[in-house]
Design a protein around this ligand. Structure first.
Ligand SMILES: [Zn+2]
Length: 56
C-alpha cells in the first residue's frame, strides 16, 4: 500500500496500514500519523510530537 507524505509529497510504502500508526518518511524524515478520512481512505498527517499547538 502506498501513501503520500504531506510534507514532501513523497511516496511511502507500507505493508500494513493501521489507523493511528506512526510512520517515518524516508525522504524528509517527517513523523506521520495514519488517519482515516471521511471517505474511508487512509491518509497521512504530520505527527506533532514536540508539543506544538495546533490551535483548533
Ligand atoms: Zn516526506
Amino acid at each position: 500500500m502506498k501513501l503520500k507524505c504531506p510534507e514532501c509529497d513523497g511516496d511511502i510504502e507500507t505493508k500494513e496500514v493501521i489507523e493511528g500508526e506512526i510512520l517515518n518518511c524516508n525522504d524528509c524524515g517527517a513523523e506521520l500519523e495514519v488517519t482515516k478520512s471521511k471517505k474511508g481512505t487512509f491518509e497521512l498527517k504530520v505527527a506533532e510530537s514536540e508539543g506544538e499547538d495546533w490551535g483548533e
